[in-house]
Design a protein around this ligand. Structure first.
Ligand SMILES: NC(=O)c1ccc[n+]([C@@H]2O[C@H](COP(=O)([O-])OP(=O)(O)OC[C@H]3O[C@@H](n4cnc5c(N)ncnc54)[C@H](O)[C@@H]3O)[C@@H](O)[C@H]2O)c1
Ligand SMILES: [Zn+2]
Length: 466
């Protein structure tokens, strides 16, 4: 939500306009967003009496009927557009399908679209809202660790285009973000681990108490999906503290720089060399694993420079190892390092700006690292890796069809219900071939092949971006 205050003055040659836009948006922590006694979401739609939701099909399959009951109970008419967005369908095609649903629904100016799912859905649907009538409101309910602690903390929304990741996008703040960590109980462990890497990033460079908690509860946080699967109150409490502080730190660091004008960014720890090596293996690495290799290597570099003590260096490496994140890869070599350095220098205005923890819990930026120093640090890092389980390799480190194409989660069944709440008949499906009144987008024929044959790699030509 924004509010612009601007002045116009005459100059000798024309006019000068100066404006300040107020940006405000809220985050609410709420486990059980679709529990009928929790009125927070319904209240946001009361005034409209209806809601268009854009949501991930896997989320619909698990939580769809609960959500329908919720809106019915609160007397809000619900229409759902389901998406099946893998990284390859983070595209303009998927974007326009969402736009079509907004038109069919007849979204009214200022009426917020509800977006429910991981970073892929919130990015694409958020961008559709940014573009629709140049500015349409939306409310986000992220459902992955990445979504909850990273993607939905920022106001960046985007689609991939022309082989480049997030090439078309916008800065478009939602009205409201509801943070329901309860969704994590059904999130596959590999996706939990992937998001865990971003929490190590923020805590090791900005918030030592959070790092200490990640260190203390590492294995339990992953196996209990941040305390949401199972019944361990102590782990859940630690998880809540970690998530609250992690998000708060991210907001404090990034909100003065919402439009990314400043380039010295603490949250770019792990994102210096990773954009290239993420995509170097024949099957790309998961983002969390790629940034963990970068973070572990950067920590070794900082240690050699005397910026990080031996003890803190080892603590960081051990944490990555314990949670099954990658710290090295055979293709992470001097050649890739040099190419990645050249690429990031272009993005960062000619300076390396490599964030490193120094000391643990705070951050320094390195600009004067020579090629020789980088290569020597890499040799040292690879030697150290011999001392760790799997020689520093990660668990489930590579993307699979759930990241690139779309995997319908095995444990859940196809929905048979119609999607309209309030007992109303569904309208005609917009997407040709939709059989059950549920609008589905995102699965192109190419992706259907990808998902069907289980091929794990869909992204060799897409360039990553920090
Ligand atoms: N805007 C930003 O600042 C920002 C920041 C980080 C990442 N991103 C973007 O986020 C995207 C990655 O998002 P992601 O990691 O959240 O992945 P995702 O949205 O693809 O979700 C991962 C998988 O988990 C499934 N899933 C989601 N929630 C679930 C749940 N609660 N239970 C069971 N299954 C569930 C999905 O169907 C999918 O198969 C990338 O495209 C990246 O560029 C954006
Ligand atoms: Zn990242």
């Amino acid at each position: 939500m924004s509010d612009l205050k601007a002045t116009v003055i005459e100059t000798t040659s024309g006019f000068h306009v100066e404006g300040y836009e107020k940006i405000e948006y809220d985050f609410t922590f709420l486990d059980g967003v679709f529990e009928t006694q929790n009125r927070q979401l319904a209240q946001l739609y009361e005034r409209w009496g209806r809601c268009l939701a854009i949501m991930d099909k896997n989320i619909f399959d698990i939580y769809g009927s609960k959500m329908q009951e919720y809106f019915k109970y609160h007397n809000v008419e619900l229409k759902i557009h389901q998406t099946m967005i893998g990284e390859k369908a983070k595209s303009l095609e998927t974007f326009t399908q969402i736009v079509d649903s907004m038109t069919d629904f007849g979204i009214i100016r200022k009426e917020p679209v509800l977006v429910v799912g991981g970073g892929l859905v919130t990015d694409v649907a958020g961008f559709a809202c940014a573009a629709y009538r140049r500015n349409t409101n939306y409310i986000r309910i992220p459902t992955t660790v990445i979504g909850l602690i990273d993607a939905s903390v920022s106001i960046k929304v985007a689609v991939n285009y022309g082989n480049y990741k997030n090439r078309l996008g916008a800065y478009h703040a939602p009205m409201h973000t509801i943070l329901d960590f309860g969704f994590l109980r059904t999130l596959p462990e590999a996706q939990v681990r992937n998001g865990f890497a971003e929490l190590i990033k923020i805590s090791s460079c900005a918030h030592l108490p959070t790092f200490n908690l990640l260190d203390k509860y590492c294995e339990q946080l992953i196996s209990t999906k941040f305390g949401r699967a199972g019944d361990n109150a102590e782990v859940k409490q630690a998880a809540d503290e970690i998530n609250r502080n992690g998000i708060f730190e991210m907001l404090k660091l990034e909100t003065p720089n919402l439009h990314e004008i400043g380039l010295d960014r603490v949250i770019a720890y792990g994102h210096t060399w990773s954009p290239l090596h993420e995509l170097t293996p024949p099957t790309p690495l998961r983002h969390g694993h790629a940034i963990s290799i970068d973070m572990a290597y950067s920590a070794t570099l900082a240690n050699i420079r005397g910026l990080l003590s031996d003890e803190e260096h080892r603590r960081i490496l051990k944490l990555f190892s314990r949670c099954g994140l990658s710290m090295d890869h055979e293709l992470f070599n001097e050649d890739i390092l040099a190419k990645a350095t050249a690429a990031i220098l272009k993005t960062r205005d000619g300076l390396l700006r490599a964030a490193v923890p120094s000391p643990l819990g705070s951050c320094k930026f390195l600009n004067d690292v020579t090629d020789e120093e980088m290569a020597a640090a890499l040799r040292r890092h690879k030697a150290l890796m011999q001392e760790y389980p799997r020689n520093g390799a990660g668990i489930e480190a590579y993307v699979d069809a759930s990241d690139t194409g779309y995997t319908v989660n095995a444990a859940v069944e196809e929905p048979t219900k119609e999607v309209e709440a309030n007992g109303q008949k569904p309208t005609e499906p917009v997407v040709a071939g939709a059989k059950d009144g549920v609008l589905r987008t995102g699965l192109t024929s190419e992706l259907k092949d990808l998902a069907a044959n289980g091929h794990s790699n869909g992204l060799p030509t897409v360039q990553a971006q920090t």
